[in-house]
Design a protein around this ligand. Sequence first.
Ligand SMILES: Cc1ncc(COP(=O)(O)O)c(C=O)c1O
Length: 380
Amino acid sequence: MRVSRRSSVDPFIVMDVMEAARRAEAAGRHIIHMEVGQPGTGAPRAATEALTRAMADGPLGYTVALGLPALRARIARLYGDWYNVDLNPDRVVITPGSSGGFLLAFTALFDTGDRVGIGAPGYPSYRQILSALDLTPVDLQTAPENRLQPVAADIAGLDLAGLMVASPANPTGTMLDRAAMQALTEAAAAQNAAFISDEIYHGIEYEAKAVSALEITDEAYVINSFSKYFSMTGWRVGWMVVPDDHVRVIERIAQNMFICAPHASQIAALAAMDETAELDANLRVYRENRALMLAGLPAAGFTRIAPPDGAFYVYADVTDLTGDSRAFAAEILEKAGVAVTPGLDFDPVRGHGTLRFSYARSTEDIAEGLERLKIFMQGR
Ligand SMILES: Cc1ncc(COP(=O)(O)O)c(C=O)c1O
């Protein structure tokens, strides 16, 4: 049967690495997972307890398309707590993960062929979702001196319909400070480009608090999720904050595309939001893991790294070690039993010389993984 041209998107390479790791495990090997970008922990206990109660109380049918009002109100309160921003809950839309948010945002904001700027390296699915919607991703090759984040000058004259940023970013963990975020919002507005800020790693910060685009302007789409800080990847629930006059547009698309985000996950997410003590304990693990990585990777021979401001990744320049990050990642999996992600996922141009290491799992796993990497590199 025929297939569309726009459906020919690239695979998400990290998923392929996960599959290779799974095969190795099925064959009896013990693999340390430094490839996956997901917490090793589950949803907060209160979240699953709230869901158990709700399931006993009655059926979990559809919710309204924009999401449970109590959850929207609780998220609005988070903006007061985290950023001192007074947010109208009507502007909060509950989505099936931030991935569902991207679909809604790109559909609401752009027409076929529109050009949307994305940082390279960056989260791979931005590019693939844009392509699948017949939009044109425009890679912004970011500079090491800008800590691999786009700056206003990078978009000058590009005639963009949209600009997508992420802070803290995947794969680098670097953040945009207030001045950098402000400059980017202004540069986007100057060419009438919609500004989209992926804030999925907010809450996982090590030195300074991440800045939300909403602290700077209401003329932005802010996309977030329960997947990372709230440790709920598989629940597929996230949110988006949109300008007042976009709420109805999004509502109509959401009604038709998804009907609603999973009801069960919305109930769990609401309860998760009050579990600060448990979530902070997860954060302490990431902080400890980050310190181990920043010492252990250079000791193993991965010397070209920069300390991440947030998230749970270290992005390493390995051009001194390989010209083929995919083959190198396969070799590390095979010989060291450590799964890592080749940079090609994040940067089609320069990613053959980079690897991403995730430290989202337990501290014992991270320590063991670093030991294995050291022994592997000594034998190379
Ligand atoms: C930067 C970034 N945005 C979005 C996502 C997608 O997250 P989800 O759809 O689980 O909310 C990820 C997942 O790793 C990510 O790293």
